[in-house]
Design a protein around this ligand. Structure first.
Ligand SMILES: NC(=O)c1ccc[n+]([C@@H]2O[C@H](COP(=O)([O-])OP(=O)(O)OC[C@H]3O[C@@H](n4cnc5c(N)ncnc54)[C@H](OP(=O)(O)O)[C@@H]3O)[C@@H](O)[C@H]2O)c1
Length: 315
């Protein structure tokens, strides 16, 4: 199908990717198409009328799709925690390099302050970090590592967001109405809701040049402050427990670089990041980039997000 709109390809549309797809689809200038392994039917994509292409993530397969769709930009939301991440993303990059027009790539990062803490969580040392070096070593494809802190959607009831709860690592459980704080709860965090991330990605797709790392944030705060905001908004006190640090440390100590990361390791490494404040996007740079790229996006803070959730079926 010929289109006047610029084609943006999103690879790996599960949870976060849906917000990016919806916001690209809602924009006037872009058409979104999706790459998938096609392991199972995806009724969501069909319901949205979004074209999808099945790929095995070899360079040849991705290249054929980029060229046949005349894509200009490739965005990855693929979630892989193993070194397979490097293989798949290198295939995406190679395909972009060889393509006729797809010369911009956003790899699947979507984390916090990766410039100060490039090796957090620790399992990134064998997945995301090596691929960052691959990106730096080439110049044919423009790229940016898009960072957002925590997804603020985790403060919302499950029914209001595409993001599934991650109670093994996120301290607040809005459905179970409880908090399990790691550390003091006063460590600095930042968060952004998935919808605002999608809107920001659309704005970035309009920009002529990208910086190597792009940050967005709806708010800088702490989990103790977030509990207070939730309690005030819902007029209800939230039962609170404290996870002993030695429970987290015990799991951290069993991980060695190169090990296959288990769900338990993954959770402990993110809990560690949270206590070290690694998920807080650097404020000065984030605000500078907000002015440069995202002046039309209203990044919502937690209170505004709770208000939207009470007024809308879905945020
Ligand atoms: N900052 C935060 O708070 C936060 C929270 C959540 C996620 N994230 C990040 O956001 C990104 C997307 O996360 P998500 O929660 O949206 O992920 P997800 O829904 O669990 O997975 C995204 C997609 O990845 C694809 N995929 C999975 N394994 C694959 C493999 N081995 N090879 C190729 N494709 C594979 C699948 O698409 P198909 O089945 O269609 O191929 C899947 O739907 C990740 O980088 C994640 O780390 C950040």
């Amino acid at each position: 199908m010929a289109t006047d709109r610029e084609v943006i390809v999103v690879a790996g549309v599960g949870e976060l990717g849906r917000y990016i797809c919806e916001e690209l689809q809602a924009s006037s200038g872009f058409e979104v198409v999706v790459l998938t392994r096609g392991l199972a039917p995806n009724p969501w994509l069909e319901s949205k009328g979004i074209r999808s292409f099945t790929t095995d993530y070899t360079p040849a397969s991705v290249l054929q799709i980029l060229n046949s769709t005349h894509a200009t930009t490739l965005i990855s939301c693929i979630l892989i925690s193993t070194p397979r991440y490097i293989t798949v993303h290198t295939a995406l990059l190679t395909a972009c390099q060889q393509s006729a027009a797809c010369k911009r790539l956003i790899p699947s990062e979507w984390i916090g302050d990766l410039e100060t803490h490039p090796l957090k969580p620790a399992f990134y040392a064998a997945s995301r970090e090596p691929f960052r070096r691959v990106l730096e070593a080439q110049t044919e494809v423009a790229w940016t590592l898009f960072c957002l802190g925590w997804l603020a959607d985790y403060f919302l009831p499950r029914a209001k967001t595409y993001m599934k709860p991650v109670l093994s690592m996120f301290p607040l459980d809005p459905d179970g109405w409880a908090a399990c704080v790691r550390g003091s709860g006063d460590e600095g965090q930042s968060w952004t809701c998935g919808r605002d991330v999608g809107r920001a990605v659309v704005e970035l797709c309009k920009a002529d040049e990208w910086e190597q790392v792009t940050y967005v944030a709806g708010e800088w705060s702490t989990f103790n402050q977030a509990i207070k905001v939730m309690e005030k908004y819902h007029n209800r006190s939230m039962p609170r427990t404290q996870k002993p640090w030695h429970d987290v440390q015990r799991v951290l100590d069993t991980y060695k670089e190169g090990d296959e990361v288990t769900a338990e390791h993954e959770a402990a490494q993110v809990e560690e990041m949270s206590v070290l404040g690694c998920l807080a996007c650097p404020k000065e740079k984030t605000l500078r980039q907000r002015q440069k790229y995202f002046s039309s996006v209203q990044f919502r803070d937690l209170e505004q997000l709770l208000q939207c959730a009470s007024e809308m079926d879905f945020v």
